[in-house]
Design a protein around this ligand. Structure first.
Ligand code: TXA
Ligand code: MG
Length: 316
């Protein structure tokens, strides 16, 4: 892990596993290194990045203010699939925040990620900026192979891709705006609204129905909230009868019609989240024109799954 951390310290990129999806990381204080993330992803330069840290004690330097409820959330759910948006300090520069006055911070719950972060902090690093390790607008990678497939041809010999096996959660972290009096969910994930209410005892607002335009009017940029995102090459159809020759992603209880190619049959909503992105990739590997998805119903993680799928279905 020391070698990987040393690469980051020298300004190279290191892709690493987290419990949600794989990230492509750079020293969050190195403008040149962070600029390469944007190049490699093909992402517009004004989109903010999440800063990953190993421990709560590294939080203070990145922020200028934190409400009580955010401290409670951090204590309860970190390390874990949750990103807190907080008022930034001067350390969080415009090339991280997209010029906003806030910064997104997360402590991931994955031993490789935490090992890398600890080693990087030991070398004096303040944090690792890491978006999901996919080309802009495409499906997030949940394995090291998927990272290679997405970014391999854009990385150089100095960069590194760490392999920690498949991500266990499978959808990106819950993003919670903690700059107001009440917490507000900007992107749903495995930390659900019920869990946030339980810990904070506050009314939690939800921006799930917001389109990127609504966010834009407020002056915040959440690229994961763009309408076209998380999209495979195949056209995605939600909750429609699949036609022969197309792919199907659905819970195990849903039968596969004749001539339809079953891509996965998860037994629970948790498994659905875990295998979803790999199944979308598999559809593309099989060069399918269309993938039909029977969405899981209900609350909790199903909300995050439907959020991503509604964007996948808008296409590229
Ligand atoms: O699970 C995850 O969060 C993964 C892993 C690698 O940690 N990362 C991830 O990063 O999904 P990315 O860049 O693909 O998505 C982060 C989202 C983007 O939509 C970005 O706009 C938003 O977080 N974001 C980051 N900083 C923000 C800020 N200060 N204010 C509002 N949104 C922010
Ligand atoms: Mg992403």
């Amino acid at each position: 892990m020391r070698d990987a951390a040393a690469k980051l310290a020298r300004g190279a990129l290191v892709a690493f596993p987290t419990e949600t999806v794989y990230g492509i990381g750079a020293d969050a204080t190195n403008a040149m290194a962070v600029a390469r993330i944007y190049d490699v992803k093909g992402r517009p330069a004004d989109h903010p990045l999440i800063v990953h840290i190993a421990d709560f004690k590294y939080l203070e330097q990145w922020i200028s203010d934190i409400p009580e409820y955010a401290i409670a959330l951090a204590r309860e759910f970190w390390p874990g699939p949750m990103t807190l948006i907080l008022k930034r300090s001067d350390l969080a520069q415009d090339f991280i925040t997209g010029g906003q006055v806030t910064v997104g911070i997360r402590i991931p719950n994955n031993s490789l990620a935490l090992g890398l972060l600890e080693a990087f902090h030991k070398l004096g690093g303040a944090g690792i900026a890491a978006p999901s390790a996919n080309r802009f607008g495409q499906v997030s990678p949940t394995t090291a192979e998927a990272v290679q497939e997405e970014l391999g041809s854009y990385l150089s010999d100095r960069d590194l891709v760490l392999d920690g096996g498949p991500s266990v959660v499978g959808v990106e972290s819950t993003i919670i705006d903690c700059t107001g009096e009440l917490p507000r969910i900007l992107r749903p994930g495995a930390i659900t609204i019920e869990m946030i209410v339980e810990v904070t005892d506050l009314k939690v607002s939800n921006s799930l129905d917001k389109k990127s335009d609504d966010f834009k009017q407020e002056g915040i940029r959440v690229s994961g909230s763009l309408e076209n995102h998380y999209a495979p090459k195949a056209r995605v159809y939600l909750d429609q009868q699949p036609v022969a020759g197309s792919g199907l992603i659905a819970l195990d209880s849903v039968k596969t019609p004749d001539g339809v190619i079953r891509l996965t049959a998860p037994k629970s909503v948790e498994e659905f989240a875990r295998v979803l992105y790999a199944a979308l990739r598999e559809g593309d590997h099989q060069s399918l024109d269309a993938i039909y998805i029977a969405q899981p119903t209900g609350d909790g993680l199903a909300i995050a799954i439907r959020d991503r799928l509604s964007r996948s279905a808008k296409g590229r």
